[in-house]
Design a protein around this ligand. Sequence first.
Ligand SMILES: C[S@@+](CC[C@H](N)C(=O)[O-])C[C@H]1O[C@@H](n2cnc3c(N)ncnc32)[C@H](O)[C@@H]1O
Length: 214
Amino acid sequence: MGKAWLRDRRRDGYYRMAKRLNYRSRASFKIFQIDDRYRIFRPGGLVVDLGASPGGWSQAAAERVAPNGLVVAVDTATMAPLERVTVLRGDVRSEETRRDILGALAGRHPNVVLSDMSPNLAGNASLDQSRSAELAQSALDVARSLLRSRGHLVVKIFQGEDFPEFLRQVRADFRFTKAHSPKASRSASSEIYIVAKGYRGPPGDDSEESASEE
Ligand SMILES: C[S@@+](CC[C@H](N)C(=O)[O-])C[C@H]1O[C@@H](n2cnc3c(N)ncnc32)[C@H](O)[C@@H]1O
């Protein structure tokens, strides 16, 4: 991505660039930027993508875990199939969806949990923020129950009064934590991504098992 990329960015923005490069959404560039900076994905990795529709992050993650990796994508909304992606439909907060995720993982622990989940916006900043914090919390719960030891979490949250407590929890569970505002986010937005690396806990072990292994 050189001069043409910069020219595109100025003239067309991320939305047009996503269309031209056949990405499902402009959000693909956010996760590419995060991965370029923090090294989240690795070839052969296993990724759980929460709030995945229409699939921009899943598509980007599937590209970076190729050829033997797998992405498990979850959303309440429908999502068209993608190569190297298992698509599940359901609410991440429900037990049933969590069981479906376990089923799709077939006993393996993911290296990465992603969450770009957003609430339906009510237009009331405080309410939107607390709903976003609830979704971020459920992503952290999923990460705690599934992630392999030393695995990574990237989670979106709207900044607001619940943010410091959420960040404190993530800091307690991961060796490295950074609050990141990707360039590909709309500038007026209060969304922020917490990039957390090196999960401290069980249940996963820290062997370098890949998604292609049984
Ligand atoms: C910003 S979009 C995700 C965009 C996606 N990362 C991409 O790159 O294309 C947020 C998604 O979160 C989903 N979502 C919100 N609450 C959810 C929940 N409780 N369970 C599952 N998905 C949820 C929405 O349906 C929506 O598709």
